[in-house]
Design a protein around this ligand. Structure first.
Ligand code: NAD
Ligand code: TYD
Length: 346
């Protein structure tokens, strides 16, 4: 990896950002790491426990849309990776305002400061969802963007805004578009961690629609490695797809989770669909692979490791699911009515 002195990881208390920070510390013990995080419902300082007492680590509690917090956090940095975002599609369908504040305006504030400071790299962590759905084949980096829900539309704004700061002002921006991540420390509102933790507790698994929507799953550590790789090999102004090459229907993932936990399929509930539910995502990752990156985890290994982690780390997720009133309120809002009118699978 290129010589990095001080790296700003925004959203570093979340799922992927914290995995990236922990990975960076392992491969670059001498790098200074600054995390800027607002600690929304999805931010969790437990994810950064390994940094306690680390003299080359600093945590800044703040909002990426706040220029003062951003100036403080970015001071002396040569590299920025922006993971900070509102990330849950279902929440964006209930209320999109925070998504615009963070995923668009926040990116703008970061880019303005990046322009002033003069960085060697600014990595905008985007998503495959900006392409919209694809029923056959896979998206390449040059394909048109056609987001279909407020989350992906906001991320699309951030993605192109970042590019515009490269084209207009020469900020050395790299945009990465990753597929669905899974792994340890994933907030239990997304499909895999919600279903694993519900299955552990014998609670219903609410599968949207016919359960046959497809996502391409990427183990979070593979994503972190791809980002480190791109810090060295990626070209400013370029976009890179990052995918795991594991296209699987939701119903199949559900079956595998139940099998790994020795639970019955009777837990599955077919519930009303997500509005505008993208049918399938698939990425062509030839551009990144041609540079020499490939994922280390196949889905079977990654899912087994993830399920094991949730079984062994109840201390991490039980306080969220059982004691955080915001989680309970969200669960009731999104699933309350759906589960009353649900059907068993089959
Ligand atoms: P997450 O929801 O687990 O974490 C987001 C983090 O950002 C939290 O720590 C939160 O406190 C912080 N944050 C939110 N708003 C902020 C603000 N205004 N200022 C500072 N911090 C703020 O998300 P994640 O799953 O780790 O995703 C990280 C990034 O990767 C996001 O940009 C997301 O769009 C992108 N991404 C995620 C996936 C996925 O499958 N999870 C796939 C592709 C891309
Ligand atoms: P999710 O984890 O929310 O990620 P994204 O919407 O960003 O792809 O959802 C993954 C898939 O699982 C998606 O097709 C929606 C589906 N899903 C359910 O069927 N039930 C659920 O309770 C959740 C959260 C998701």
């Amino acid at each position: 990896m290129k010589d990095v002195k001080r790296v700003l990881v925004t959203g570093g208390a979340g799922f992927i950002g914290s995995c990236f920070a922990r990975t960076l510390r392992r491969v670059r013990p001498e790098a200074e790491i600054v995390v800027l995080d607002k600690l929304t419902y999805a931010g969790n300082l437990q994810n950064l426990k390994v940094f306690e007492g680390d003299p080359r680590y600093r945590f800044v509690h703040g909002d990426i849309a706040d220029p003062a917090a951003v100036a403080d956090a970015m001071e002396g940095c040569d590299v920025v990776l922006n993971f900070a975002a509102e990330t849950h599609v279902d929440r964006s369908l209930h209320s999109a305002s925070e998504f615009l504040d963070t995923d668009v305006k926040g990116v703008f504030v970061l880019l303005e400061e990046a322009r002033r400071v003069g960085l060697t790299r600014f990595v905008q962590i985007s998503t495959d969802e900006v392409y919209g759905q694809i029923l056959e084949g896979s998206f390449r980096e040059t394909d048109p963007l056609s987001p279909r829900n407020p989350y992906s539309a906001a991320k699309c704004g951030g993605d192109r805004l970042a590019y515009s700061f490269f084209a207009s002002y020469g900020v050395p921006v790299i945009v990465t578009r990753a597929s669905n991540n899974y792994g340890p420390y994933h907030y239990p509102e997304k499909l895999i961690p919600l279903f694993v933790t519900n299955a552990i507790d014998g609670l219903p698994l609410p599968l949207y629609g016919d359960g046959r929507n497809v996502r391409d799953w990427l183990y979070v550590e593979d994503h972190a490695r791809a980002l480190l790789f791109l810090l060295e090999r990626g070209e400013p102004g370029e976009v890179y797809n990052v995918g795991g090459g594991n296209e699987i229907e939701n119903v199949e993932i559900t079956r595998r989770i139940l099998k790994l936990l020795g639970r019955d399929e009777a837990l599955v509930r077919m519930v009303s669909d997500r509005p505008g539910h993208d049918r399938r995502y698939a990425l062509s990752t030839g551009k990144l692979r041609a540079l020499g990156w490939s994922p280390a985890f196949d889905f079977e290994t990654g899912l087994a490791a993830t399920v094991r982690w949730y079984v062994e780390n109840e201390w991490w997720w039980r306080p969220i699911k059982e004691r955080d009133p915001s989680f309970k309120a969200w669960y009731e809002k999104n699933y309350g009515e759906r589960l009353k009118t649900s059907a068993p699978v089959g």
